[in-house]
Design a binder for this molecule. Sequence first.
Ligand code: AMP
Length: 651
Amino acid sequence: MGFRKSTLGHLLSDASMEHKTSTGSMIMAGLCRHFDSAKIKLVVFKMSSGKKGEFSGEEVIAEFERLTRDAATVQRETLRRILDENAAVEYLQRLGLAGRTDPDAFRACVPLATHDDLEPYIRRVADGDASPVLTAKPITSISLSSGTTQGKRKYLPFNDDLFKAAMHVYRTSFAFRDRAYPVGGGGKALQFIYGSRQSTTKGGLTATTATTHLYLHEAFKSASRDFQLPCCSPDAVVFGPDFAESLYCHLLCGLLAADDVRTVYAVFGHNVVLALQALERAWEELCDDIRRGAPSPARVTDPAVRRAVSALLAAPDPALADEVARRCAALSGDGWYGAVPALWPNARYVHAIVTGSMEHYVKKLRHYAGGLPLVAMDYGASEGMVGANVDPEAPPESATFAVLPDIAYFEFIPLKIVNNIIDGEASSTDDDDATSRCSQAAEPVGLTEVTVGEHYEVVMTTFTGLYRYRLGDVVKVAGFYNSTPKLKFACRGVTLALCINVDKSTEQDVQVAVDGAAEILGAAEPERSSLEVVDYASHADVSSDPGHYVVFWELNGGEADDGVLQRCCDELDRGFVDAGYVSSRKTRAIGPLELRLLQRGTFRKVMHHYLSLGTPANQFKLPRCIARSNSGVLQILADNTIKAFFSAAYE
Ligand code: AMP
């Protein structure tokens, strides 16, 4: 049964008009004001199916089968191609590779590298050095990493090969996803996505996020038709100047296209949660806009965004407004459980990154999704793509990513688990909190040489000039698809952890401790079963002696009972099971853990702090362990602390 009848017709005709006005790229049409597209070269993307324009999921899966059957050979060939193409580049020449392309020579001559090692070379490219510094082919633009983990945004090379690799991963996972949850026969995707600002480097290269580069690429529209339904929102909304305004408009466009929506998508799961929380607050205003046939002047101020959204609204639609209002009123009485299927009845699944630091939002996402599946999105970084989710039916907790052996050359540094702690040679450089007292790392192994159940740090050699580059992510090998490993994302870096003295707790340890303590919160206040930890962060406070762990909690409703929060605090303290922590707590070399309760909305302030520093909304990931050097965030947390509790767990 249709959710909306009266306005669907004009919506579809508006959308198709937009298709006509754009020359192969709807996104580009709305962007010319903001972006210089001339710098992005046209690439004719080779479709997987025989005929251009026809997508066959089964053919894509067959291609993936072929590639993964003998992944070792594909990897050798991929390395040969990278090194052959770049034999004359300065970086490899200096290391004496002398045109050799075999893995042994490569490993013997080229050392493992961190971003800091490659940064001077990338900087020269960004500054306009046109000689072959890292790659023979020109680097066409610069990607900016999110900078939410290490505080500063990294410059990374971007070119057409990286674009093709991303399309290859997305197409592959879509083929598997569509087999499990078909969304064919038209329809739209409600996408909570946000383009990022663009700047120009000294050398004239365009610098923005990797995701924005993808969206801006001239071949993106045609390539993405293979794996993506058209977005409900016009491009002016996606690339609008203000995050809150774009979010509001995404919701508005999604409600207007309610019947058409087949999937709900964001890059990071956090953005779906933010969107639905915004809906909880703004549904009455959204209904008013639909009823009036015009966007709220207070909410939507940018002229281009207003024009685009007004064109979709076109005429007052009281019938739709009443229907949306009726459903929202019912949902608000039910804690917004199942909001996605209630408002978008034809949606098949919610698709976003729900692994790693996004795991915390899974519970809330499940709540909003009702019975709809949460499908984990693929694994990659600004440096390059790593793996595709080829098991879309796996729940987020067990999602894995199958490495595509032809998109880059991969190596894996074995890491040891000692007393539940991942041990290896530290690669991250959050100097302030660095805990690089780790054991000698073992030699990296090749893609097909990894062992199921073991942890590794990912090392990539890419077509964009990153040679034996340590990505800084820790993965666990969950199994194999043919001969390529399926990776489970474990955590970001081994040094981004809480550490006072001999203790070492990872971001994952913080999450486990928080999840355990949050259970007490729910169980102790059953009559307020909706009381939950909206978000959290942690910090190793060494400003007094002995130092102690601080965990910051923002709860979703009112104030919890102090006695309950005290028990949560004790449980948090007990939840850190690292042997170094436990023994230091027993000997009082580490003081009692402190639980600080934050005002509602504090983490939104933290996010806006990052956005104001240039972190793109699409890429924002809240750092779970706040470094001592991150004074801006620590100040926000301090200013918004309502109450503090100290653990009595070790008394
Ligand atoms: P950025 O450098 O801003 O592009 O962020 C890339 C980082 O995000 C990766 O190195 C991972 O740490 C994280 N990431 C990307 N995809 C996933 C995923 N599917 N699951 C968990 N973490 C991810």
